[in-house]
Structures are given as structure tokens and as C-alpha cells.
Design a protein around this ligand. Structure first.
Ligand code: NAP
Length: 502
């Protein structure tokens, strides 16, 4: 059995960031656990053709590890993954990481005051790790969501999810279907369209796809970033503030986003000449309600003669193709399922069990996922979620949110260490008040009023995934650890919950 102060589950941007900050602040007793073979999380797993970030790399990177060498404004997956691995190597994180190790269950042991974490490894089998503090850094976009379509299991051709791209399958010259038109599909379709024989794009809801200001950095810019102190920070700040303006429209004044909608409409007109196809791909909701997508190549790809946009709902999948409700059967050699992720209903929530013997999934089943500052959940002592509920963004870099939470995590550890606190649990009323304020702020938002269905909402219709408003407000809220929001216990005391103990 392995006993550590902090167990970090997940070796993506947030888990690595947590490990680096712990290390830098003298908390060396930690272990990272990841089911994959490498660092990178979503940037390791999403290797589909065209995978790239839709936030500029100078902002979508750690502020403490700027990279002057980004080749272009919106880097591709391989470059981001390479950056992540360089950072991991610089901080020697591999020596404290167990790869190919999956957490099957994590349960708070009230008597011992530790998290008991069951793990399994394909070669060495099951084992247990005990940790005083559990940092859940599994990311919201890690569990592929397969569509619940009749007959999909009977399909005999190649079929795979966008986040599990099968590079052994060569679809060149073949008949291919892509189900979904979200952020992943919008990047995959332009790559596939020129190489496959025929492409059927199954679109349930047309997204807004805006022009992408993507370009390679020039040699002069690289020289500036490498040699002129502050040049890169200045560029990063300019990107940050220009993106922050968008959050004003998203949260408070959706009408202010109209220019983006015009740009999307122009993007359609430029990319597609066929009026029937144009009409099919024109969204019927306000821009920003679903994630705003960026591409200069998506509409031209849809406009190609070998690409059909199918808007009749899918009725079933057969052994050889897809049948739509109008009865048409389109045969294909391969199906790419680009249908997103389990975000508000992640299977991982079943495996984390708190103080009262209930899992996160059970606690959140009654009225949706809720946490305090996206990190702490009442009933789950000594657990810190990275980019948990209400921390997602529709307009800028998640790394900014991750680093905000890292400030909070480090100050939490400093505080409990200096105060000799062994158990910390957020008070129910503080968590409730915090979430009520978030829901109030969301009242004016485009996500609430824009006329769309999206994964931002849970099954209760509540937006529990997004941080509303400006990200600098989240930075301020997480600057320091507010001990008064927590019930605590010292030494071997039992944790004090209001007037009772547990
Ligand atoms: P997504 O945005 O959830 O899109 C899923 C797509 O599949 C939607 O078009 C959805 O239609 C469709 N769909 C789902 N179930 C379906 C069904 N049963 N039948 C037909 N269509 C179905 O997933 P994603 O594209 O993988 O993106 C997820 C998130 O990952 C993004 O929002 C973004 O945050 C992140 N991401 C970022 C990047 C980037 O930075 N470039 C790239 C990829 C992903 P509806 O719209 O009707 O639901």
C-alpha cells in the first residue's frame, strides 16, 4: 500500500499544474495517477485529424512556462502535447506518476481521516493508495459519449469516437459518415472531405462557425518573443483582454454578440454556394448559446460535391450504414462518432464516495453538480476538484481557470499545514450561497436565453458547467483560501459539522 499526503488523479494540464505548484511550494509528498500512458489528458487522447486548440496558444499555456516557440496562433494537438511533455520533463513529474493506472474507487475513510483509493494496472493488478488529500484532476472532457442509436452495435464497418481515433483505419477513398457537428467534428470534417470518396455529415443542430484568425508566427515575432523581455507577456495580455470582452456579451448582453453572428453568416456565404446547403447549415439559435466554433475550412468542406449534409434525424444504424427517419439508407465503410463527452454525468462520479457513503453521482443526482469555487464539495472532506462544476468557459483559456484554482489549492495546503488542520469540509450553506449567486448571474446569459440545447446544461436544465462573467472575478475569488467557509478538525479530532460531528 502506498501512503501519500496528496494523490492527484489525472496527468493533464490541471493535474500537472497541481503537481508543479505543490512541488514549488514544498509539498513534495504527492503521487499522480493516470490511466493513460503519457502526460497530456485531453491533448494526449484527442489525436483526430485536424485536432487543434481554438484558444491562441500564447494564452492556452501555463503563465509560468511561456513558450516563445509556438509555431502559429492556434497550435495543433501534436505541438500542444509536445509542450506538455516538455513541461512534465522540466519538473521531473514522471518520477512521481503512475501511468496505466486506473482509479476504480476512492472513498473517504472517516475513522482514519484519509482517502482510500483503489487502483488497477493491466500488468500488476489491483492496489491501494491512501492519501490525506485527494485532488481530482480528471477533466470534464475525458469520457467519450457514444450516441444511443438503435442498432449501432450491429454496424460491421469501422466505427470510432473522435477522442479514440483509430489510426490503423485508413479511410482514404472510402464512404464515411461523421455523426455530430460540434467542436471536434468541425475540425475533422475539413481533413476528411478531400481524402475520402464520399462523406455524409449527420447534423442534428447547426453550430455557429466563425472565421479563425490563424496564422504562423513570423521569424521576427519569434525573435521578439525569445529576446525582448515582456514581449510575450504583452501578447498574452492582449489576447486575454480581447477574449474577456466576449464574456460581457455571453453573460450580460447577448445582443452585443451580433457582430459575431454576422461573421458566422458571412462565413457560410463565403464557404458554400449551394443555397440548399447554406440553409441547412444556418443555425437557428443565438451565437454563443452553444460553443462558438472557429474554422475557415469547415464550410468549404461542406460545400464540396462529395459531401452531403444530412439533417433528417438518424433512425437507426444497420450492419452497413445509417438509416434516417425519412427512410433513406446510406451505406458507409466507416462511421466517426463525434458526439462529445459525458460532462455532467461522468462515470467517474460513481467512483468517488464521500463522508456519508454516497458517491458524487448520488449527491449530484438530486439537483445537479455543485461545488464551492469549482473545487470543494460538501460531504467530501479533503477533496479538491480541478475544474469542477461551474468553471468551464465559452470564450477563453481554461488554463487561466486552472491556474486560479492552483492558487486556491496551494493556499489551502499552506493554511491546513500551518493551522495543523487535518480535515476540511466546505459548509453546506457556503456552497449553496456560492451556487445561488452563479445561477443568478447566469439569468441574463446567452446560454440561458439563446434558444439552444447544449451540454452546458444538465438534465435538470441548469447550467452547472460554466463560470459566468469575467474570469478575473474567478481569479479574485480563488486568490486565497477562506478558512471561514469550512468546517475543520485538527489532529485526531473528528471533523466538526455545525453542531454535530461525523
Ligand atoms: P460536442 O460539442 O458535445 O458536440 C457533439 C455533437 O454531436 C453535436 O453536434 C451534437 O448535436 C451531436 N450529437 C450528439 N449526440 C447525437 C446523436 N445521438 N445523434 C446525432 N448527433 C448527436 O462534442 P465535441 O465536438 O467533441 O466538443 C466537446 C467540447 O470539447 C467542446 O465544446 C470544447 O469545449 C472541447 N473541444 C475543444 C476543441 C478545441 O479547442 N479546438 C476541439 C474539440 C473539442 P447537438 O448539437 O444537437 O447536441
Amino acid at each position: 500500500m502506498n501512503v501519500v499526503k496528496v494523490a492527484i488523479v489525472g496527468a493533464g494540464f490541471s493535474g500537472m499544474g497541481a503537481a508543479i505548484k505543490l512541488q514549488q511550494n514544498g509539498f513534495e509528498d504527492f503521487l499522480i495517477i493516470d490511466r493513460g500512458v503519457d502526460f497530456g489528458g485531453t491533448w494526449r487522447d484527442n489525436t483526430y485529424p485536424g485536432a487543434a486548440c481554438d484558444v491562441p496558444s500564447h494564452l492556452y499555456s501555463y503563465s509560468f512556462e511561456l513558450n516563445p516557440n509556438w509555431s502559429r496562433s492556434f497550435s495543433k494537438q501534436a505541438e500542444i502535447h509536445a509542450y506538455i511533455n516538455e513541461v512534465a520533463a522540466k519538473y521531473a513529474l514522471a518520477r512521481r506518476t503512475r501511468f496505466r493506472t486506473e482509479v476504480t474507487h476512492a472513498e473517504w475513510d472517516s475513522a482514519a481521516g484519509v482517502w482510500v483509493i483503489d487502483v488497477t494496472h493491466p500488468d500488476t493488478g489491483s492496489a491501494q493508495v491512501r492519501a490525506e488529500i485527494l485532488v481530482g484532476a480528471i477533466g470534464p472532457l475525458c469520457e467519450p459519449k457514444l450516441p444511443d442509436i438503435e442498432g449501432i452495435d450491429s454496424y460491421r464497418g469501422q466505427i470510432f469516437h473522435s477522442a479514440r481515433w483509430d489510426h490503423e483505419s485508413d479511410v482514404t477513398g472510402k464512404r464515411v459518415a461523421v455523426i455530430g457537428t460540434g467542436a471536434s467534428a468541425v475540425q475533422i470534417i475539413p481533413e476528411l472531405a478531400p481524402t475520402v470518396g464520399h462523406l455524409d455529415v449527420y447534423q442534428r443542430t447547426a453550430p455557429w462557425v466563425l472565421p479563425r484568425a490563424d496564422r504562423p508566427y513570423t521569424a521576427a515575432e519569434h525573435w521578439l518573443f525569445r529576446n525582448v523581455p515582456g514581449a510575450q507577456r504583452l501578447s498574452r495580455s492582449a489576447i486575454y483582454w480581447s477574449h474577456e470582452l466576449v464574456s460581457f456579451g455571453l453573460t450580460y448582453r447577448p445582443n452585443a454578440l451580433r457582430p459575431a453572428q454576422w461573421a458566422g453568416a458571412l462565413n457560410i456565404r463565403r464557404g458554400i454556394s449551394d443555397p440548399v446547403k447554406r440553409a441547412k447549415v444556418t443555425p437557428s439559435f443565438s451565437v454563443g448559446c452553444k460553443r462558438m466554433l472557429l474554422s475557415n475550412t469547415y464550410y468549404p468542406a461542406l460545400g464540396r460535391d462529395n459531401v452531403d449534409v444530412v439533417t433528417d434525424p438518424i433512425a437507426k444504424v444497420t450492419a452497413t450504414g445509417i438509416v434516417t427517419r425519412d427512410g433513406a439508407h446510406r451505406e458507409v465503410d466507416a462511421i466517426v462518432v463525434a458526439t462529445g463527452f459525458h460532462v455532467t454525468d461522468s462515470p467517474g462520479f460513481d467512483h468517488i464516495v464521500g463522508r456519508e457513503g454516497k458517491s458524487l453521482a448520488q449527491v449530484w443526482a438530486t439537483d445537479g453538480m455543485k461545488a464551492y469555487k469549482g473545487a470543494m464539495v460538501h460531504g467530501f472532506p479533503n477533496m479538491f476538484l480541478m475544474i469542477g462544476p461551474s468553471t468551464g468557459l465559452g470564450h477563453t483559456s481554461m488554463v487561466f481557470m486552472i491556474e486560479s484554482q492552483l492558487n486556491y489549492l496551494v493556499d489551502y495546503l499552506r493554511t491546513v499545514t500551518s493551522e495543523q488542520i487535518t480535515r476540511t469540509e466546505v459548509r453546506a450553506e457556503r456552497q449553496r450561497d456560492y451556487n445561488e449567486r452563479i445561477q443568478q448571474t447566469l439569468g441574463t446569459s446567452v446560454w440561458e436565453n439563446g434558444g439552444c440545447a447544449s451540454w452546458y446544461k444538465d438534465s435538470f436544465g441548469n447550467i452547472t458547467t460554466l463560470w459566468p462573467g469575467f474570469t478575473f472575478n474567478f481569479r479574485r475569488a480563488t486568490r486565497s483560501f477562506d478558512l471561514d467557509a469550512y468546517d475543520t478538525a485538527r489532529g485526531s479530532d473528528r471533523i466538526t459539522i455545525g453542531a454535530t460531528t461525523a
